[in-house]
Design a protein around this ligand. Structure first.
Ligand SMILES: NC(=O)c1ccc[n+]([C@@H]2O[C@H](COP(=O)([O-])OP(=O)(O)OC[C@H]3O[C@@H](n4cnc5c(N)ncnc54)[C@H](OP(=O)(O)O)[C@@H]3O)[C@@H](O)[C@H]2O)c1
Length: 267
C-alpha cells in the first residue's frame, strides 16, 4: 500500500471527531506531526485543551477545539457552524467518535442504544452531509468513517454496536462510489480489537480483546488507506483472515461462534 500519506494534509484543515482518546487521538498526533492543522472535537474539553497545547508546541500547527456531545442531534450543525464562522476549509473529515455497549440487547437501557445509533450513525451521516458539498465544489476532499471488523458479521452481545458499524461501512462504500467522479475520496477504516478506552466504556470482558492492535498502528493504516484511495481497509493481517473465513462459513455458524466467545455469563 502507498505510504505517501504524509504530505497529503500538510497545511490543510482536518476535522476529527472523538479526538480526546484512542484512535482519534493517535490520528491527531500523526496528522499534526505531518503538518496538518486540526479541529478536534469530543466531550472532554480538558483533554482537548491539553492536546491542543501539546500538539501546537510540538509541531507548530494550528489547532482549534470544538467540544460537542454527538448524542445531541444538533451537535453536527454546531460543529459545522464553528468551522464556518472561523472560515476553516475542511479538507479531511474524520468521523471517528463512537462507542459500544456490551450485554443482552433486551437489558441494555434503551436510551443508551439510541444514543449509540445517534453517535455512531446519525452524526456520521449529518457531518458528512454538511462537509461534502464544499468538497464536491472544490473537486477535492477526503472523508474517513471509522467502522469496525464488527461491520462484517452479527456480533451477539454487541448486536446494536455491530449493526451501527455495518451501517457505517455500507454508507462509506456507497458514497465512495457516488463521489468517485467528483474527486472526493471516502474510506471506511475497519479496526479489529484495538487497545483504547473503548473496552472500558463498553463494559466489555477482557477475553474479547485478545491480540488487540495499538491505536497508533490502526490510525496509520487508516491514513495510508485514505491516501491510497481505498474505499475500506481492515487493519491487521489476522483480522483480514478472520473476515475472509467468516465469509465462507454459514452465517448462523458465524453468529453462534461469536455468541460463544462473547457470552456474558461465561467465566
Ligand atoms: N477499540 C476497538 O477495539 C475498536 C474496534 C473497532 C472499531 N472501533 C471504533 O473506533 C472508533 C474510536 O474508538 P476508540 O477505540 O478510539 O475508543 P475510545 O478510546 O473510547 O475513544 C472514543 C472517542 O469517541 C468520543 N465520544 C464518545 N462518545 C461521544 C459523544 N457522545 N460525543 C462526542 N464524542 C464522543 C470520546 O470522547 P469523549 O468521551 O471525550 O466525548 C473519544 O474521544 C469508534 O468509532 C469505535 O467504534 C474501535
Amino acid at each position: 500500500m502507498s505510504t505517501d500519506w504524509k504530505p497529503r494534509w500538510q497545511g490543510k484543515w482536518v476535522l476529527i471527531t472523538g479526538a480526546s482518546a484512542g484512535i482519534g487521538l493517535e490520528l491527531a498526533k500523526l496528522l499534526a506531526a505531518n503538518g496538518a492543522d486540526l479541529v478536534l472535537t469530543a466531550r472532554r474539553t480538558d483533554r482537548l485543551q491539553q492536546m491542543a497545547a501539546d500538539l501546537k508546541s510540538a509541531h507548530n500547527v494550528q489547532i482549534e477545539i470544538c467540544p460537542a456531545d454527538l448524542t445531541q442531534p444538533e451537535a453536527p450543525q454546531q460543529i459545522y457552524n464553528f468551522t464556518t464562522a472561523k472560515k476553516l476549509e475542511i479538507e479531511f473529515l474524520i468521523n471517528n467518535a463512537g462507542f459500544g455497549a456490551f450485554g443482552y440487547a433486551h437489558e441494555i437501557p434503551a436510551e443508551k442504544m439510541l444514543e449509540m445509533i445517534q453517535v455512531n450513525c446519525s452524526a456520521v451521516v449529518h457531518l458528512t452531509r454538511l462537509y461534502v458539498p464544499a468538497m464536491v465544489t472544490r473537486r477535492h476532499g477526503d472523508v474517513m468513517i471509522v467502522a469496525s471488523l464488527a461491520a462484517f458479521q452479527p456480533l451477539p452481545f454487541n448486536s446494536v454496536y455491530a449493526a451501527t458499524k455495518a451501517f457505517d461501512l455500507l454508507f462509506a462504500e456507497g458514497i465512495a462510489e457516488e463521489l468517485r467522479p467528483s474527486g472526493v475520496n471516502v474510506c471506511a477504516l475497519c479496526p479489529g480489537s484495538t487497545n483504547t478506552e473503548f473496552q472500558k466504556v463498553a463494559d466489555q470482558p477482557d477475553r474479547v480483546f485478545r491480540s488487540a492492535e495499538t491505536a497508533e498502528k490502526v490510525a496509520r493504516v487508516g491514513l495510508e488507506a485514505m491516501a491510497a484511495g481505498k474505499s475500506y481497509i481492515i487493519s491487521g493481517f489476522m483480522n483480514n483472515v478472520m473476515k475472509e473465513s467468516q465469509r465462507l462459513a454459514p452465517r448462523s455458524l458465524v453468529s453462534r461462534m461469536a455468541a460463544n466467545m462473547m457470552r456474558p455469563d461465561k467465566s
